[in-house]
Design a protein around this ligand. Sequence first.
Ligand code: KE4
Length: 435
Amino acid sequence: MNAPDPSTGRRSNEAEFERARRVLVGGVNSAVRAFRAVGGTPRFIARAEGPYLWDVEGRRYVDYLGSWGPMIVGHSHPHVLERVRAAAGDGLSFGAPNVMETELAERLCRLFPQVERVRFTSSGTEAAMSALRLARGFTKRDKILKFEGCYHGTADSLLVKAGSGALAFGTPSSAGVPEDLARHTLVARFNDLASVADLFAAHPESIACVMVEPIPGNMNLILPAPGFLAGLRELCSRHGALLVFDEVMSGFRVALGGAQQIVGVQPDLSAFGKVIGGGMPVGAFGGPAAVMEMMAPLGPVYQAGTLSGNPIAMAAGLATLDLIAEDGFFDRLHARCGRLVDGLAAAARDAGVAFSARHLGGMAGMYMLAEPPAGYEQVLTQDVDRFKRFYHAMLAAGVYFPPSPVEAFFFSSAHGDEQVDFTLDAARRAFAEVA
Ligand code: KE4
């Protein structure tokens, strides 16, 4: 546990943040945790249970971050802990095949018809990065196409933003990514099929894959326009490119079968993460055997990982999937999350605040905009200052949302009427404060 503040003997978030910044870059191990988008001091979490987090000062929060998605059955679920404790008793890591890896892969193949073979990794970044390398190896093409506002982890080829002109090559969105590499990443606009068709026309027989979050959560929750994903499917098939659905966030979150169950479009490859690890480090990618078997050790596309398929992570993932596969799980999740979303919108309306919210299953978005945004450009027109003030008013009231106006938030089966009522009560006060 964190050392107490020497001057007071009590722990404080500020003191722990100051201490952390002396040895961890920015005091964090993932940039978005640093509260840069909302200001203020990150909360150092001491423990979590069900729908709640407690920080080192003993403050309790209703948690709608859910570790950025994994905690769909709530924190420290007894069934998950039981499976993890049992697995830990048998050893933490083998670096050799373990039956639980097969079991979890079998579940994925049953839930995603086009997935015949799976490869586990330890993060969503690795899953998306490896799916990309596989697409390039399978098609023998170097260019890839992604969308402005969609995030697929931190592989160099995916830290790329739109170039100056619509048909220009991508440019790095991070220092350290070579221009020569970024130019192989083309960037289109989500929900704008013409921008994709134009890039295919400008780069014939050069694009290995189109990678997309089918239901984006990294530019806040955005819904695919009717026909958009089917249009991507048709363009990829026509031009010999692979369609890659990055379901690291939407998979097992919007429905048991992910976004592809909702939208009825089947990609060539899918990337997964978050929920399938139940809070432990797991990523995965999968697709038809004919494509996946290009991967080592069977084929020439190399990929590996010391802790891939780690038994503790597999146990947590299997236990989580046991729970979310129960009859009616997603119907109940969608209905309860809907009460929260509708209640937030009503509270904002009563306070005269331009606000909107929507959700799918346990994935939700709220926007300081009168209407939900259709895409990336609209998301950026939010009243960010008002979001920051709302965010901190809710945090002070004991409600913990993701610390950014461009992130989705997450609802779990551990959230019940008590937590929703508590949240809406805090929201009514917060909206009145920021109106
Ligand atoms: P990880 O490497 O963080 O496990 O997964 C990367 C990733 C890939 N694809 C999608 C669609 C994702 O949402 C993510 C990770 N999501 C962020 C939240 N915006 C994780 C939070 C963080 O970066 O700390």
